[in-house]
Design a protein around this ligand. Structure first.
Ligand code: 1CP
Length: 345
């Protein structure tokens, strides 16, 4: 890759760069006043996600505010369960709530087939964002991991520990595997459509990897992420599209996460025992800064950011990001300051 190739793609190609590319998980969202202004026009969050022009405007907001090195599709991971007819709603201060969550084996057997065309509003948003972006800024498409989508679909809402889901998969293991394979097929078709519409990179969010023990993590999560990535690598449409995997604080050793064959591992902020030496030349790395640091003073932000940059300065293919998403309580000025000090380092 040459000097004119976007920094994000060079890092994903495992090149050592003097300045890392910068983008942030949840870079579009409630912490930005310009987001809140658009959001106030919609009663339902999902209605906003179904408007491709609004999604384009929202995805461009952080690019315009902070000149980041990548845009991410504005949408949500729960579009897939919604397309399976589970009725996803977002309730103020409560988060997602499903009208018809999965309650039994029969619900899984009777699930309607996934039709990727039902999510054409997402691919239209991808195309619009791609058109709005300068040519040198790549667009990241995304989906939730099959496990994380299954957890919301069974629990029916968010939860700290997803106890009902853990009970369900323990009691209904075979049917749970059927659900996970249906979700894996849906994720593949969905991501393929996003790439056809213009996504340059894909990120898979396994946001609830942390609630599984090591054995369950392999059985219910990585066992589906691995074939999903393999299917993407074997399809002519997606074979050249780099895949980033974010797993929230997974209870596994570095080897098993590397065995997913993701092109890049997005490190949660507390994943400090991840063995970088095993990743050299195999995968790029991303993230690792605790987002809560952004609630601190500029001095502390600088000190903690430099610790992360020192840690990855010799790693071939590091992408600067947080160890999880930006939260609504973070001040946009601090986000701007963070991008400046990374580029000055
Ligand atoms: O009322 C509002 O304004 C809704 C807030 C919001 C936003 C801005 C939600 C609801 N989703 C989003 C956008 C979103 N979600 C994006 C695009 C924005 C960007 O990154 O710039 C992305 C990539 C997501 C992905 C997402 N949604 C994840 C994975 C990332 C992560 O943080 O781990 C998850 C778990 C969700 C579910 C979700 N969506 C929204 C909420 C409140 C939740 C629940 C979170 C929980 O269970 O605690």
């Amino acid at each position: 890759m040459n000097e004119s190739t976007p920094l994000l793609l060079r890092a994903l190609n495992k090149e050592k760069l003097s300045t890392p590319p910068i983008w942030f998980m949840r870079q579009a969202g409630r912490y930005m006043p310009e987001y809140r202004k658009v959001r106030s026009k919609f009663k339902n969050f999902m209605d906003m996600c179904k408007d491709p022009d609004v999604c384009c405007e929202l995805a461009m907001q952080p690019i315009n505010a902070f000149s980041l090195d990548a845009a991410i599709l504005f949408s949500d991971i729960l579009t897939i369960p919604d397309a399976f007819g589970l009725g996803v709603e977002f309730i103020e201060n409560k988060g997602p709530v499903f009208k018809s969550p999965i309650k039994s084996k029969d619900d899984i057997h009777n699930l309607i087939g996934f039709n990727p065309e039902n999510l054409s509003y997402v691919y239209q948003a991808v195309a619009n964002i791609k058109r709005a972006l300068p040519e040198n800024i790549p667009l990241i498409g995304f989906c939730g991991s099959p496990w994380t989508l299954a957890a919301y679909s069974i629990e029916g809402h968010s939860s700290k520990d997803f106890k009902n889901t853990i009970n369900f998969i323990t009691k209904n293991t075979e049917a749970s595997h059927l659900l996970l394979s249906k979700l894996t097929d849906a994720c593949f078709l969905y991501l393929r459509k996003q790439v056809q519409a213009g996504a340059d990179v894909i990120q898979i969010f396994d946001s609830w990897a942390n609630i599984l023990d090591a054995q369950q993590l392999n059985e219910f999560s990585f066992n589906y992420i691995r074939p999903l990535i393999t299917a993407l690598k074997n399809d002519p449409v997606t074979s050249n599209t780099p895949v980033i995997l974010f797993a929230r604080n997974p209870k596994c050793n570095s080897k098993s996460i590397l065995q997913t064959s993701a092109d890049c591992i997005s490190l949660y902020w507390s994943m400090n025992d991840f063995d970088h030496s095993l990743a050299i030349g195999k995968t790029a790395l991303q993230g690792n800064l605790n987002p809560e640091i952004l609630l601190e003073s500029k001095d502390i932000i600088k000190k903690e950011t430099y610790k992360i940059l020192d840690k990855f300065k010799d790693f071939p293919g590091y992408i600067f990001n947080l160890g999880h998403g930006l939260t609504p309580d973070i001040c946009p000025d601090k986000v701007k300051y963070l991008t400046e000090i990374v580029r000055e380092y």
